[in-house]
Design a protein around this ligand. Sequence first.
Ligand SMILES: [Zn+2]
Length: 295
Amino acid sequence: MSKWEKIEKYLNRIHQDKIKGQRYYMFGYQEQYKQMEAINLGYLPFYDGKDTKRDVEILPDIYKCNRPGIQKTCTKYICIHDTASGAPTATTKAHRNWLMSMATDPNNKNSVSWHFTVDENAVFQHLPTTEVAHHAGDGYREWGTTYHNNTYDKDCITGGNLNSVGIETCVNYGSDYTKTMRRTAKLVAELLLEFDLKLDAVKQHNDFSGKDCPMTMRHAGRWGEFLSLVDIEYIGKTEFKDVNFTWKSLTPEILDDKGNIVKHIDNAKVEYEVKVEYMEEEKTYRYVSYLEPIL
Ligand SMILES: [Zn+2]
């Protein structure tokens, strides 16, 4: 297959004739945010080749509680969570503040920690990715084996705390979790490359302990969709790193240049084009999609 044929195949994977939306629920631990109605207006996963912007603020390791300061022997997994915090204010920044308040409190006994928090607007990094964190509920078990988790009565894999990168996705009420998923997928693809891992290294917290996490993705049936997003980003960053994609909506009142549906109208027609540059050549492709009614 020629490079241009591969590019066209990739574009056809990103394109959908019918753009699907979905009503779903986000779940929080707070009583008033236990089950929050949410809507995915639909999108096309336009790949732009850009990396996520990471706000890095590493926790101090003075008290060694939520930053134990242990170097991992290796990184084998990316462990996906959601915060289960439904308050509208429970953003990346709020979680960064919470982790920081624990890390700087000499009396703190809570050792919970993870590497990244992602919301619809930002990515925060709290720990070096080469260090152990406490988020997966599998204790200090090295990767490569299984154990039975008694709390959830489930056979689980190991290496969640010791050999993974932990990512919390925010489910704060009013936020667009679809955007959070897309941003997280980008970050995960970058991490897969950094640690020389493949898509099968992307795991749910559930795999390591049996906990119902990431609950929102699991209950909405969106895990497969998330993995597909990671895959599209990964392929872009590997097979097409020498290719430039520039996306332009021709129906900007409905579809933006990032592929997000900004206004849903049942059965509306949207058009867009993508300019592709490879070596000295440039081609522009034009596509048409329709918005499926959201039930
Ligand atoms: Zn979790």
